[in-house]
Design a protein around this ligand. Structure first.
Ligand code: NDP
Length: 262
């Protein structure tokens, strides 16, 4: 039996084991997916080998560090500077980023998008800005602070202090604002100006309707939370784990069921 796992801290809440195990079971793959609490990223290889894993996913706060501990990284993961999927090939560990293409699949239903603004400047903003840019969509970054500006040298980077209103097709929240409190990700006046002129809104947060999405709804934007991004990063990771042996839509269907999605 092949073994896979999710590494992170915390990992208890994650839906990944449910998604992958249901897919293994329904597709008759002799494999199991568990979760492993990791204290520090330098223990990842040791634990990966100890449990004799064939592949893994990595979540907060290790997505950026695993690039350094893996032997190779796929072009997207290398350019983003973060990965969420590892596969063992021979003695080598290869890192991939499926969050970025997972996001692109999640926003497909919005249709044509020319430009977007990302609120937040963490790992998720790095993945999303990279993939939008790769798909020729102009991206600006707006963050509450200036401290991560250097991670976005190819983008126009704003804080509320120097932001001047522009028109964007898509507004994306990549901050955890609204997850544990009732906060908006950025000053309400600025956000209303952006949302009033936008067509679509996307929130990386899932499972709750955040104040950000409520505002988008109020201004009649077409909007989505982050559940489909979670779904598609999982389908893409599963395909890497199983060497693309299974039909994408079949895996998607099973994982949708695992996530209670329609
Ligand atoms: P990071 O910690 O790397 O970055 C968070 C960013 O948000 C930082 O730029 C930070 O600003 C800003 N921020 C944090 N708290 C607040 C707040 N209360 N108000 C305004 N800005 C804030 O996080 P990640 O990028 O890894 O994750 C962000 C969110 O995306 C999480 O909620 C996570 O659950 C979700 N996510 C969803 C996925 C999905 O599949 N749907 C996949 C990955 C992530 P500063 O720079 O000033 O510190």
């Amino acid at each position: 039996m092949k073994k896979f796992a999710l590494f992170g801290n915390p990992v208890a809440h994650s839906k990944s084991p449910r998604m992958h195990n249901l897919a293994f079971q329904n597709l008759f793959v002799d494999a199991f997916y568990g979760r492993i609490l990791l204290e520090t990223s330098d223990l990842l290889i040791e634990k990966f080998n100890f449990f004799n894993l064939s592949g893994a996913n990595v979540t907060v706060p290790f997505k950026e560090n695993i690039i350094q501990v893996c032997h190779e990284a796929h072009e997207d993961a290398r350019s983003i500077g973060a990965a969420n999927t590892i596969i063992k090939q021979g003695d080598n560990m290869i890192a991939y980023n499926t969050d970025a293409p997972g996001f692109m699949l999640a926003i497909k239903e919005f249709g044509k998008i020319n430009n977007a603004i990302i609120i937040g400047a963490g790992g998720t903003a790095r993945a999303i800005s990279y993939i939008l840019n790769k798909n020729n969509i102009k991206v600006d970054i707006l963050n509450r602070s200036d401290k991560k500006r250097n991670n976005f040298v190819n983008f126009d980077f704003y804080t509320p202090q120097n932001f001047k209103i522009k028109t964007y097709d898509l507004v994306i929240n990549t901050t955890p604002a609204g997850l544990i409190n009732n906060e908006l990700p950025i000053n309400k006046e600025i956000l209303i100006d952006i949302i009033k002129n936008a067509k679509f809104a996307f929130d990386a947060v899932y499972d709750i309707e955040t104040p950000f999405l409520n505002l988008a709804k109020f201004y009649s934007l077409k909007y989505k939370d982050g559940k489909d991004m979670l779904l598609y990063q999982g389908v893409l990771a599963f395909n890497i784990f199983t060497s693309n042996k299974f039909d994408f839509s079949k895996v998607e269907q099973i994982m949708r069921f695992a996530l209670d999605l329609k």
